[in-house]
Ligand binder design. Structure first.
Ligand SMILES: [Fe+2]
Length: 318
C-alpha cells in the first residue's frame, strides 16, 4: 500500500478491539449516531430538529469528523458549540486539528482505491482548516479531550460507537468495500467476539452500509451526516438504534431486541450550497473533491447499503 501523509494510520489512532470490551458509559433506549457532519451547518440544524422530535429516553453521539468544510470562523464555532453540547468522539479530522501527528496529513488512512490526487487535496484541506481552528484555542482544548470511542447500552444491549473500525480511529474494515469481501466478514466476526457487542456504529469511510452478521449482530456505518450518500440524492444519513422502530427510515434491520435504522437528514441544500462555495469556490481543493457529490451524490446506490447476513455456504467458503 502507498505510504505518506493521508495514507498512514498513526500508532496513536490504534486502540484495538479489546479496549471496546470496556463497560458502557451511557444507558438509553434510543441512540442516534451521526458521523461525518463535515462542517455542514444546515445538516447539523436539521439533524438536531429530527433528534429533538424523538420520544423517550435518548442520546446522540457525534462520532467524529464533524469539522471539515467549516473554514469560516463563524461556521467552525457554530459546529463546535452545537456538537459539544452533546456527546462526541474524535474523528481523524478533530485529532489532526487538536493533537496533530507528524506526517499523518488529514489522518484519513486512505486505502489503495482512493486516488493520490484526492489524498493530496485532503491534506491541503486539513491545513486550511487548521488555520481556522488555531484561532479557537479553547475549542481545540476540548477536542483534544474527546475519547476515540464510546460504549453504550441501548435497551440493555451493548453498542460500540467508533469512528473507523474496531481497531483504529481511521480503520477501513467497516467500509462497504471491505465488508463486501469474505475476509472482511471474517474479520468483522472476530471483532464482535472480542468487543462483546450487539452493534458497531461507525462512520469515516464516507459511504453507508448496514451489514448484518449471523442474523443477530450488525455493523451500521452511517456514511456521512453532512453529505449526500446515494446517487441522485441530496441528504445526509445518521444512524438510529432503538428499542422501538420509527417510520421513515431509508432501510433498517432488527438485531435481537434492537432496531438499527438509517435516517435521512434532508438539509436545506440551497443554503448549504451557498455556504460551501463561499468557503470553497471553483478551483479550490474541497470544490474539486466534493462539489460533484454535494450536487449529485456519489456513485453508490441505496439498494447497495443493506447487506443481509452471509449464507452458511458463504461462511464455510470463507
Ligand atoms: Fe474520518
Amino acid at each position: 500500500m502507498a505510504e505518506g501523509p493521508g495514507r498512514i494510520c498513526p500508532v496513536a489512532y490504534r486502540y484495538g478491539a479489546r479496549a471496546l470490551a470496556a463497560p458502557a458509559t451511557l444507558q438509553t433506549e434510543t441512540l442516534w449516531v451521526a458521523g461525518g457532519l463535515y462542517g455542514n451547518c444546515e445538516a447539523l440544524e436539521r439533524l438536531l430538529e429530527l433528534y429533538e422530535d424523538e420520544p423517550g429516553a435518548k442520546a446522540i453521539v457525534f462520532n467524529g469528523d464533524f469539522h471539515w468544510f467549516d473554514i469560516a470562523r463563524e461556521d467552525f464555532l457554530c459546529v463546535d458549540g452545537a456538537v459539544l453540547a452533546h456527546r462526541a468522539t474524535r474523528g481523524n479530522v478533530e485529532t489532526e486539528l487538536a493533537i496533530p501527528g507528524s506526517g499523518a496529513g488529514c489522518g484519513c488512512g486512505y486505502p489503495e482505491w482512493v486516488a493520490d490526487a484526492e489524498v493530496d487535496r485532503s491534506n491541503r484541506i486539513i491545513e486550511r482548516l487548521r488555520a481556522t481552528a488555531q484561532g479557537a484555542p479553547e475549542a481545540l482544548r476540548r477536542l483534544a479531550g474527546l475519547p476515540m470511542f464510546l460504549l453504550a447500552e441501548v435497551g440493555g444491549e451493548r453498542v460500540a460507537v467508533v469512528h473507523g473500525d474496531a481497531d483504529s480511529l481511521a480503520g477501513w474494515s467497516f467500509s462497504q468495500e471491505r465488508l463486501a469481501t469474505a475476509q472482511g466478514l471474517v474479520a468483522a466476526r472476530a471483532a464482535f467476539r472480542t468487543a462483546g457487542v450487539r452493534i458497531f456504529a461507525s462512520s469515516h469511510t464516507c459511504l453507508p452500509v448496514l451489514q448484518v452478521i449471523d442474523a443477530e449482530f450488525a455493523i451500521v456505518n452511517n456514511g456521512a451526516a453532512g453529505m449526500p450518500n446515494f446517487s441522485g440524492t441530496r441528504c445526509g444519513v445518521a444512524t438510529r438504534i432503538s428499542v422501538r422502530p420509527r417510520p421513515g427510515a431509508l432501510y433498517g434491520a432488527r438485531l435481537g431486541p434492537l432496531h438499527a435504522e438509517a435516517r435521512p437528514i434532508p438539509y436545506d441544500h440551497a443554503r448549504w450550497h451557498a455556504r460551501f462555495v463561499a468557503s470553497w469556490p471553483e478551483g479550490s481543493d474541497a470544490h474539486a473533491s466534493y462539489f460533484s457529490r454535494i450536487m449529485n451524490g456519489p456513485h453508490y446506490k441505496l439498494a447497495s447499503a443493506l447487506r443481509a447476513s452471509p449464507s452458511a455456504a458463504a461462511r464455510q467458503a470463507a
